[in-house]
Design a protein. Structure first.
Length: 73
C-alpha cells in the first residue's frame, strides 16, 4: 500500500455479514500497521446470526448493493 498517497480511502469488501469473515481481525490489526495514513472502512452485509438470507431474491439485492457500494466513489 506504500504507493498510495496519504488520505486515499481503503475499503475492505466482504460478502459475509459484518460479524462473520475476517473484518473484525482486519479492523483490529490493519490500522496498527497503516496508522492514520489510509482511512479504513468496510462494505459488507449487515451483522446477522445467519450467513445467508434464505431467499435468492434477497441475496441478489444484497449482492447488487455490495457491488454498487464497493465501486462507488
Amino acid at each position: 500500500l506504500a504507493p498510495y498517497k496519504a488520505g486515499t480511502p481503503l475499503v475492505w469488501v466482504q460478502e459475509e455479514p459484518r460479524n462473520m469473515g475476517p473484518w473484525y481481525f482486519v479492523n483490529a490489526n490493519l490500522p496498527k500497521i497503516l496508522g492514520d495514513r489510509l482511512p479504513l472502512s468496510v462494505v459488507s452485509r449487515p451483522a446477522s446470526a445467519s450467513p445467508a438470507t434464505g431467499s435468492s431474491a434477497s441475496h441478489r439485492l444484497e449482492q447488487q448493493r455490495l457491488v454498487s457500494e464497493a465501486l462507488a466513489d
